[in-house]
Design a protein around this ligand. Structure first.
Ligand code: PLP
Length: 374
């Protein structure tokens, strides 16, 4: 049975060229980048070339790229240090953020008695920017933390516009760009944004590595202590094979961006047309103009069939997700869909179908056929 993998917002298959780079480093370049002997210097050079390559991909300065173990770590670090070291007294975020932001903010609220404000969300899943401006009219040192692409619905935030609003109101701006880095062009020189984060396994790189972009002179302080790595901002021996694998994955993603974007956008359009044909009462959750890699749909199935749907698809070798991956095994409805769907619709089955360059039209046909037999 062929596996049909349509859960790419959860994680992606690693590209073979990335494995090659990583394997070579694991075997040959095992020196510690902090060692001064030649093996160490070779590793340091690979590390810095990786940093430079990643920085170029997003139009940042190399020293603004700090390697972390994942997107979750980078989000936690930025929020925590903003409160602890940059005197942020309020975080403005939204209830549809990933838990790596939402839960980090809640802990900070408890620990530091900061204020958390949630921007209103429209039924399309888009952020109400008028409400954001209203919230920002309060005089308080603020960090705005709003994600670029929602991992469940694919709703897109206008980084340029929000960056401008934050600048006008003297607020810091952090964006969780885990779903968009490597999948759309990001030009950090042109954006008023202080911090972004990325995770390699979302763009066909290895798991267990990510990076934070920390705008020069931001004053952010480390989360960990005990080493001078990453200019003292992230102590711990660098996982060189992971970092070089991430740099290779990002380079490949951006060099084939247009072609892959067209391929994936066509697949998404095809899926929408097939759903409309076979399940005329289906609905798209979130914006109709969501990000090209994600489609979240509500299917017109009965309540009894809802519980069985993922199991049924899994039996046929089809991997999709209900809400986000971390919640697919849980009975709780997605916190993201809970913000935009009625109580009645929340009980119906919603599927997140997320694509990559590896998918084909046949994958969609198999999915549709499987859904028809439920
Ligand atoms: N932020 C978003 C939007 C995500 O989709 C994810 C992964 O699901 C994360 C953060 C966490 O990233 P990581 O798996 O690298 O910790």
């Amino acid at each position: 049975m062929k596996n049909i993998y349509l859960d790419n917002a959860s994680t992606t298959a690693i590209r073979p060229e990335v494995v090659q780079v990583m394997t070579k480093i694991l075997i040959e370049d095992y020196g510690n980048p902090s060692s001064t002997h030649s093996l160490g210097r070779k590793s340091k050079s690979i590390l810095e070339l990786s940093r430079k390559s990643i920085a170029q991909s997003v139009n940042a300065i190399a020293s603004e790229i700090i390697f972390t173990s994942c997107g979750t770590e980078a989000n936690n670090w930025i929020l925590r240090s903003a409160v602890k070291d940059l005197n942020v007294q309020r975080i403005i975020t939204c209830k549809m953020e990933h838990h790596a932001v939402l839960y980090a903010a809640l802990i900070l609220e408890k620990e530091y008695a900061i204020q958390i404000d949630y921007v209103k969300v429209k039924t399309s899943g888009e952020i109400d920017l008028t409400h954001l401006v209203e919230l920002l009219s309060q005089e308080k040192k603020t960090l705005v933390s709003l994600m670029h692409v929602n991992n469940e619905t694919g709703t897109i935030l206008d980084l340029e516009r929000v960056g401008r609003i934050c600048k006008e109101h003297g607020a810091l701006f952090h964006s969780d760009t885990v779903q968009s880095v490597g999948k759309t062009a990001i030009n950090l020189k042109d954006l008023n944004i202080d911090f972004i984060v990325a995770s390699a396994h979302k763009f066909h790189g290895p798991k267990g590595v990510g990076f934070a972009f920390i705008r020069k002179n931001s004053g952010l302080q480390p989360l960990f202590f005990g080493g001078e790595q990453e200019k003292g901002l992230r102590a711990g021996t660098e996982a060189l094979h992971q970092v070089a694998g991430m740099a290779k994955a990002l380079e490949l993603s951006y060099s084939s961006l247009e072609q892959e974007q067209n391929h994936i956008s066509d697949l998404k359009k095809y899926l929408i047309s097939q759903l409309a044909l076979e399940f005329p009462n289906y609905k798209i959750n979130g914006s109709k103009d969501g990000f090209y890699t994600i489609l979240n749909v509500l299917l017109p199935f009965t309540h009894e069939k809802t519980a069985m749907i993922l199991f049924h698809l899994d039996m046929k070798g089809i991997a999709v997700s209900r809400g986000s991956a971390c919640q697919s095994g849980s009975v709780k409805p997605s916190h993201v869909l809970a913000e935009i769907l009625s109580d009645e619709d929340l009980l119906k089955p919603s599927l997140r179908i997320s694509f990559s360059y590896c998918n084909t039209k046949e994958d969609i046909d198999v999915l549709i056929e499987a859904l028809k037999t439920i």
